[in-house]
Design a protein around this ligand. Sequence first.
Ligand SMILES: C[S@@+](CC[C@H](N)C(=O)[O-])C[C@H]1O[C@@H](n2cnc3c(N)ncnc32)[C@H](O)[C@@H]1O
Length: 247
Amino acid sequence: MSGPKKKTHLLSPKEKERAVQAMFTSIASYYDLNNTLLSFGLHHRWKRETIRTASLKEGNYFLDVGAGTADLSLLAANEIGEKGGVVAIDLNRPMLQIGREKLTRQGGHQTLCIQGNAELLPLPDLIFDAVVSGFCIRNVSDLHQTLKEMLRVLKPNGRIVLLEFSRPTSAILRWLYDFYSFTLLPKIGAWVSQDQTGVYQYLPDSIRRFPDQETLVKKMEAIGFKEVSYRNLSGGIIALHTGKKQK
Ligand SMILES: C[S@@+](CC[C@H](N)C(=O)[O-])C[C@H]1O[C@@H](n2cnc3c(N)ncnc32)[C@H](O)[C@@H]1O
């Protein structure tokens, strides 16, 4: 497997965007399969928990940032019903195309798929009851700007839920997880998807550099989110951060 020529955190924002695009383009058709294999199927549970935490009601408007193959959008569409609206936004066309087909096949008709950047959402202010993002914000060039954009498009009292890799709470689990994610995961991921770009090496690197639970809380509060808290899933391998926009 040949890795990226330069570590992504050393790239300029434009270069990073291009590298992330290339990675997701190369794995798009294997993304769902790899997700299920590499997480031992747990990602379905994490996503159901994310949508449950968003407390959606019939008729709500919902935004999925970095929607990819649209699992979260589909779950949300089922909760919201025909009277509501779902917007799935992603930088990468091949990922979104798979998501669009899934939504058409599985009943997420009220979902609008838009190719766009989380750092500059092509959407008006104050329109969503809930904004959710699953495994995306680790990949953006400017986390601060991305969170600001999410706050901007929320209605007053609207909810944000962020599903992301985080820091396992116990030392033993951290050791096991590091061994799995730095040693086994890149090999299995690259083999299944025949990936040459090094995306499955990028994955553990990007997780390690991403803010831990408490640091992300502080970043969300600094942007202006209220009632910010988090809950660990799978021993902190995953964290669900939540917050609200001021009434
Ligand atoms: C790991 S996938 C997650 C997909 C999906 N949310 C899920 O949970 O399975 C990350 C997605 O974020 C998208 N992404 C990365 N940077 C982005 C950005 N700046 N704006 C919008 N989408 C972005 C990628 O194209 C990719 O589809």
